[in-house]
Design a protein around this ligand. Structure first.
Ligand code: ADP
Ligand code: ASP
Ligand code: MG
Length: 462
């Protein structure tokens, strides 16, 4: 391939993201190798999550070290390193230098040092936590690179912490897109041009000072979308353990079905309201660059999965999917001063702004506002400030249910059909009309599964 004549618009790369269960063990790595090598002509760029359960284990080790159990923390990770070694032993020939083993040895030493610092609190804990948790993706991406190489793929590892530049918000950092785009292009374009397959860890990044940051739980999808946007990829493929985005969480309804096509707007709403199969921030970079997103199953690689594109069209019953999110808290703020006081709303929102807390669903009356939060980290301080504006009630234990479909807002009688299907359940809050494609309501957490099953039966039983 002539190096300088390579132009992406004619021959755009494909970003393939593999989630944790897609790199869980030897068989899973085998499937990934087949997917990547089967699409060699599509110029793959591989973004990979930590091996399944490793991120949770690293977070647990951090907590153990924080509470003083340093040796317990170090020991708790050993079974997970053994899982990496099992994959390494299966794929990587004994002769020759073994880059992964050297990398793992180094990582073990660095993690022990970081856990020690955690137990002594010798650096800010949020910084240490990200540094520790990043080893899940650092190691899975190094291992996958070596496995692909052993299988004849011209793979090359890239350290995402040097490519994706973020702000300093450890644990949920925001990428600085311009700098990231420049670095990703500078590093990955020549590699792709010369026939290499770049492999990088998802979820992990670095701030301008070079410290390790992370993009939030489930953030590998987002990393892949950032890379796809930077390179103007032809397609972003999210490889996971289910066949695409389904009519609801298959763990709730075993008869959930794959949705063939979704619009960006529908997918964004579903992801935001709890369809874990896509990280909520994945869609925006794809929309900005018009990149189609395909969600597919490593366990069923021949199935087409779900295509997420600009337009999806309406289905006969208007509803494409039902998402839900548990662990929701309702706040109700009532103020006599709200009567005629147009500053009240703004005063309330400023409190949430100050504590960087996102409101999911909101409903207002003349004297009160009810809203929902899923991040309650700052709720005590928020409530303290809101009490200056009026009476505040805090009510935990709810779930948001979000019914999504093109044409939903414009469809006469649909809301009434939805609510009559679940007329025996108390609805705590409703939001309809803000988006053309969603109807969202809040029920008690214990009712959520039943509500979803009833709606699924009513709208998707053929
Ligand atoms: P990965 O490790 O590949 O990122 P995740 O566990 O983050 O995978 O996401 C896949 C999971 O999302 C599925 O196993 C499924 O249980 C869950 N899920 C929730 N809602 C949906 C939905 N509407 N369609 C498909 N999967 C869903
Ligand atoms: N490994 C990270 C997590 O478990 C990121 C991801 O899997 O997307 O949250
Ligand atoms: Mg995920």
């Amino acid at each position: 391939m002539a190096k300088s004549s390579f132009v992406y618009p004619e021959n755009r790369p494909t970003v393939m993201k593999f989630g944790g269960t897609s790199v869980g063990d030897v068989a899973a790595f085998e499937r990934v190798v087949n997917v990547v090598s089967g699409q060699a002509e599509r110029l793959p760029i591989v973004v990979v999550s930590a091996m399944t359960k490793v991120t949770d284990a690293l977070l647990a080790a951090f907590e153990m070290a924080k509470s003083g159990d340093l040796s317990g923390a170090v020991a708790s990770l050993e079974p997970h390193w053994e899982r990496h070694l099992e994959v390494e032993r299966h794929f990587i020939p004994l002769e020759g230098s073994n880059l992964f083993l050297a990398e793992l040895d180094l990582a073990r030493g660095e993690i022990s040092d970081l856990l020690l610092r955690t137990s002594r609190r010798s650096l800010p804990l949020s910084m240490l936590k990200d540094a520790i948790v990043s080893y899940g993706e650092q190691l899975s991406s190094r291992l996958l690179t070596e496995v692909l190489k052993a299988k004849g793929v011209n793979a090359r590892h890239f350290d995402s912490r040097r490519l994706i530049v973020t702000d300093d918000e450890f644990g949920s950092a925001t990428p600085i897109m311009q700098e990231t785009t420049e670095l990703v292009r500078l590093e990955l374009t020549p590699a792709v041009e010369t026939g290499e397959v770049p492999v990088m860890g998802g979820f992990i990044a670095g701030n301008r000072a070079g410290e390790t940051t992370t993009l939030g739980r489930g953030g590998s999808d987002y990393s892949a979308a950032i890379v796809a946007a930077a390179l103007n990829a032809g397609e972003l493929q999210i490889w996971t353990d289910v066949t695409g985005v389904m009519t609801c969480d298959p763990r709730i309804c075993s008869d959930a079905r794959t949705i063939p096509v979704l619009s960006y707007e529908e997918a964004a709403e579903l992801a935001y309201f709890g369809a874990k199969v896509l990280h909520p921030k994945t869609i925006k970079p794809a929309v900005d660059h018009g990149i189609p997103v395909r969600v597919c199953n490593t366990f069923e690689p021949e199935a087409v999965g779900t295509m997420v594109v600009a337009e999806s069209g309406e289905t006969p019953n208007k509803i494409k999917s039902i998402a839900h999110k548990k662990g929701i808290t309702i706040l109700r703020i009532t103020s006599a001063r709200m009567l005629g006081s147009y500053g009240f709303m703004s005063a309330v929102f400023q409190v949430f702004d100050r504590y960087r807390t996102v409101i999911d669903v909101i409903s207002t009356s003349e004297v009160s506002i009810a809203l929902t939060l899923d991040n309650t980290e700052a709720v005590d301080k928020i409530v303290e400030e809101l009490r200056r504006l009026g009476d505040v009630e805090v009510d935990p234990g709810y779930a948001v249910v979000c019914v999504v479909g093109e044409g939903l807002r414009a469809s006469t009688g649909l809301a009434s059909k939805i609510f009559s299907t679940i007329d025996d359940v108390n609805i705590a809050l409703v939001s309809h009309g803000a988006s053309a494609v969603n109807l969202t309501f809040v029920v008690s957490e214990g009712d959520a599964a039943l509500v979803i099953r009833k709606l699924h039966k009513e709208f998707f039983d053929s």
